[in-house]
Design a binder for this molecule. Structure first.
Ligand SMILES: *Cc1c(COP(=O)(O)O)cnc(C)c1O
Length: 546
């Protein structure tokens, strides 16, 4: 892109007045940035296809473009900067919205979020306090109300009473699932270690005093072994300790074994360790399975602890009346995490935590003199984060424009596509479905038929050798597919029961992009088959078994 107009400042050699122009004068039509803006507005997909390099550049090469530690001394033309961005940044970005990019939880975005994001940035509201977000705060509270209603389905009177109530909140917006999980467990911790007699509560007196007052030897959080790593971070910042996130075995379908969880809770109680919360996963990150939420709710009642559900990825499934039965029991959770930036087609930075009871957040309330005054409706008085953008506006737009029925269609289609892909894999001789899709996530691997045969009769050592080789081969193939740049699946390591619980590297696909066609799924298998034939690891370690 060549810039003819150079409608920009050159304050280094010009005046203060010319510097002011960056705040007041937009880029002239025809300038590099104006052209970029126009292209992404009229055809984002085309822009990305055209400007993201097809062939991957190694990371250490990219790093060379981002070496200088000194802040640029001299101002420069916007166009020069934009041109450089195109070459150094855009060209080597990851094409996360490509329909063949089915490895992660990011997806294509509806077109309208682009201009709306611009509007959001332009308004630059700060949701920490009403003074800087007068209309955005009620909007955010409404979105929390809508999401709360989706999960808990209370009646109109409930929402009339609580949605805009200064003393309470139905949940909190935050940057993502990690902060949502931390917020939920923060609330759970403070609720447990609440003020009592001369003890002023953990938020005032701290953890040591709290433990002494209540006579606990430790706190624990129980979650399935498939729990997300953000829970470890939460335990760390909340002073509970990572090792006190107790992982509980899962069944053959990667769902937590609630009987084992109960046993563990009793065992801990015997040692004076209080279970602060149990966490159900609704849509595990690696396999997409959903814990038995009703059974977990029963257990939480039984042992009197907080029940949190991490539905960061899977929560959006509730928008489909056909699929929401998969999350039956979610309405019994004390708190639930849902990421709008995963299956709700909102750009990143949109995490949500919801609380069943509107007064739950009171245990984490903070006040200050100049903002967040007592009685104010400032959202910042109970959010972990301070200054926050108006992302709720984008969630609100998606909910309004796509509507529940629109989401239902998108979600049902994703689930159907995942089942289709699973069938496709099962029908081949050389791929193996490792985990069935409960939602739109599945895992599989490539094992040539001959090797499947050998495995059937192999002695223990040969079997272990082949498994190890298959793991290296799968990892190698995944990397080479990514580098080839046509498509992307991710990989993870599981311990599937059907492979004697041996560590098994698998391909992982998430089929939430509405633009991913069935043909693309066929193409991906074909490409993998082709890569397999040429794989150096395969030749070295596995070819001998053929
Ligand atoms: C993605 C995810 C998270 C973390 O969310 P971020 O938005 O990445 O912070 C937590 N739990 C589960 C189950 C997830 O899928």
């Amino acid at each position: 892109m060549v810039d003819e107009t150079r409608q920009a400042v050159r304050p280094a050699i010009a005046s203060e007045e010319s510097l002011m122009r960056i705040f007041t004068v937009p880029e002239a039509p025809g300038s590099t940035l104006a052209k970029i803006e126009q292209e992404i507005s009229s055809n984002l997909a085309g822009f990305l296809n055209e400007n993201i390099a097809a062939v991957e550049k190694p990371l250490h090469e990219i790093e060379k473009d981002f070496q200088a530690a000194n802040i640029p001394e001299e101002p420069r033309f916007v166009s020069e900067h934009a041109q450089e961005l195109m070459e150094k940044l855009v060209a080597h970005s990851v094409h996360t919205s490509a329909p063949s990019f089915i490895g992660h939880m990011t997806s294509a975005l509806p077109h309208f979020v682009l201009p709306l994001s611009k509007l959001m940035v332009g308004l630059n509201q700060n949701l920490v306090k009403i003074e800087t977000s007068k209309a955005f705060t009620p909007l955010e509270r409404q979105v929390l109300g809508m999401m709360h209603h989706m999960v808990y389905g209370k009646d109109d009177a409930f929402y009339r009473k609580w949605m805009h109530n200064a003393k309470n909140a139905l949940g909190a917006f935050c940057s993502g699932g990690t902060v949502a999980n931390i917020s939920a467990l923060w609330v759970a911790r403070n609720k447990l270690l609440k003020p009592d007699g001369d003890f002023n509560g953990i938020n005032s007196d701290g953890l040591v005093a709290a433990m002494m007052h209540y006579g606990y030897k430790g706190l624990a959080i129980l979650v399935s072994e498939r729990g997300h790593y953000s829970l470890g971070k939460a335990a760390d910042v909340l002073g509970i300790g990572r090792s006190n996130i107790v992982s509980i075995e899962t069944d053959h379908n990667n769902r937590v074994d609630v009987a084992k969880m109960r046993e563990k809770a009793n065992e801990l109680a015997g040692k004076g360790i209080k279970v602060m919360a149990i966490v159900g996963v609704a849509g595990t990150t690696e396999t997409g399975n959903i814990d038995p939420l009703n059974e977990m709710a029963d257990l939480a009642d039984e042992i009197n602890c907080h029940f949190h559900i991490d539905a960061a990825w899977g929560g959006a499934t509730m928008l489909s009346n056909n699929a929401r039965r998969l999350l039956a029991g979610c309405e019994r959770a004390d708190s639930i995490t849902i990421d709008a930036h995963k299956q709700m087609y909102v750009p990143m930075g949109a995490g949500i935590v919801l609380f069943k009871e509107p007064d739950t957040v009171n245990v984490v309330e903070h006040h200050a003199e100049y903002i967040l005054r007592k009685g104010s409706k400032d959202l910042g008085s109970h959010t972990l984060e301070g200054s926050r953008p108006g992302m709720a506006m984008l969630v609100h737009a998606c909910l309004s424009i796509i509507g529940r029925k629109g989401y239902e269609m998108l979600i049902d289609k994703s689930l159907e596509k995942a089942r289709y892909f699973a069938e496709l894999i099962k029908q081949t001789d050389d791929f193996e479905l490792v985990t069935e899709p409960e939602l739109c996530l599945l895992t599989y691997r490539y094992v040539p038929e001959k090797i499947k045969e050998v495995l059937k009769t192999a002695d223990e050592q040969t079997k272990l050798d082949i498994y190890a080789a298959l793991n290296r081969f799968t990892a190698s193939m995944q990397k080479r597919q990514r580098e080839a740049g046509r498509s992307f699946v991710s990989r993870t390591r599981l311990t599937p029961y059907q492979y004697d619980n041996l560590p098994t590297v698998v391909f992982r696909v998430v089929l939430a992009n509405p633009l991913t066609s069935k043909q693309i799924l066929h193409d991906i298998l074909a490409e993998q088959r082709e890569l397999a034939g040429k794989d150096p690891i395969f030749k070295k370690y596995l070819a001998k078994y053929l």
